[in-house]
Design a protein around this ligand. Structure first.
Ligand code: KG4
Ligand code: ZN
Length: 342
């Protein structure tokens, strides 16, 4: 069955054609990063307008790259929640129009569940029980995972999402948006052991709410105070200062994600750990998760980086899975800014 997936929840306009929920025939992602870069973060109104311009060309490219026509498509899957409402509406309206015109079924997909499906898409069946970590620009949470249709939240961020913290710290350091890749680049080649020896590291976040919750705002404030001490004047940062702060921040943020995820994996007796979301592109996070999982005999399911960041292949895959499980949505389907499922 050929599914056309459509994603427009934040600042990527994406479309993909996927066969039987797994075989990615095409996956086109048009990033709006350049439009939002001057503001060092996503501006919702600009995002909606950007999607309107790009949605049809991106769908057209996905069909061409997959070497199929609209008439070959048998199912439309679209991100319906959570996300920026104006942005979501562009994708949902395009999806509904196509489903109506082609007279084929449409399925609305939960964006965060799709980030988890991306791991299953590449690696096959995920053993249960498992623990899943989603770390993106808008969300950071841990789930106890039994199957794609049965998972429960264990903990989430009390303040900023992990990706949001990367973006905000990058902005403070004068690095480009999106901040995750900029911080990772700035930190390349820097030795955290040397930073620790000099006491220039940041303390790992401490969370007083749930055992499996996250917090990034204290770490963000620590970076701010390192740049501009409360009782002092703002420092002019050299390239070496920027690299040192980026390295120390990245290390503290990654350790917080890995330690909390591993704590949950041990507590749940997890056979596997699933990771997804844009922050899972981070190479330090990937290697620390690999090491920590290997150390306690937990299998790690983490998609290749193109499937970690926002894309429509995961939406098509997840939509197909829901459809095969009997889900049907009507043309009255609403978009929602907050997720109902997770
Ligand atoms: O999942 P995603 O593409 O979009 C949302 O659903 O939010 O995640 C985007 C977030 C951004 O905050 C971006 O800075 C972060 O993922 N990100 C990274 C890396 N690549 C993207 N964070 C850390 N390291 C990276 N290499
Ligand atoms: Zn996402």
């Amino acid at each position: 069955m050929l599914t056309l997936g459509i994603e427009s929840s934040c600042d990527e306009t994406a479309a993909a054609v996927v066969r039987d929920g797994r075989e990615v025939l095409s996956s086109i992602v048009a990033s709006q990063a350049k439009l939002h870069a001057p503001f060092r973060g996503v501006v919702p109104e600009i995002a909606s307008r950007g999607h309107l311009v790009m949605i049809l060309p991106v769908i057209q490219s996905a069909l061409e790259k997959a070497n199929v026509t609209l008439n070959d498509i048998e199912l439309i899957a679209v991100t319906r929640e959570p996300g920026l409402i104006g942005a979501l509406l562009v994708g949902v309206t395009a999806a509904k129009s196509l489903a109506w015109y082609l007279n084929i079924p449409i399925v609305g997909v939960e964006h965060l569940a799709a980030h988890l499906y991306a791991a299953a898409m590449e690696n096959g069946e995920i053993p249960s029980p498992s623990v899943a970590l989603v770390a993106s620009g808008g969300h950071t949470a841990l789930y106890q995972f039994q199957s794609m249709s049965n998972f429960e939240i264990l903990g989430s961020t009390c303040d900023d999402a992990a990706g949001e913290a990367f973006d905000k710290v990058a902005a403070m350091l004068g690095l480009a948006y999106p901040g995750g890749p900029s911080i990772e680049n700035a930190a390349k080649g820097f030795d955290i052991k040397d930073i620790n020896r000099r006491g220039a590291n940041f303390n790992k976040p401490r969370v007083s709410s749930g055992e499996f919750d996250f917090s990034f705002s204290g770490l963000k404030t620590a970076v701010r105070y390192r740049i501009h001490p409360p009782a002092g004047t703002k420092r002019e940062l050299s390239n070496a200062d920027v690299a040192e702060i980026a390295t120390a921040f990245q290390c503290a943020a990654v350790d917080h994600l890995v330690e909390t995820a591993m704590k949950a994996a041990r507590a749940c007796g997890a056979k596997a750990l699933i990771a997804g979301g844009g922050v899972a592109c981070n190479q330090l996070l990937r290697s620390k998760l690999r090491e920590s999982c290997a150390a306690i005999g937990v299998e790690l399911f983490i998609p290749r980086t193109e499937l970690c960041a926002d894309n429509a292949a995961m939406i098509a895959g997840m939509g197909w899975k829901l459809y095969m499980d009997g889900r049907r949505d009507g043309l009255d389907m609403a978009a929602r800014s907050t997720g109902a499922v997770l």
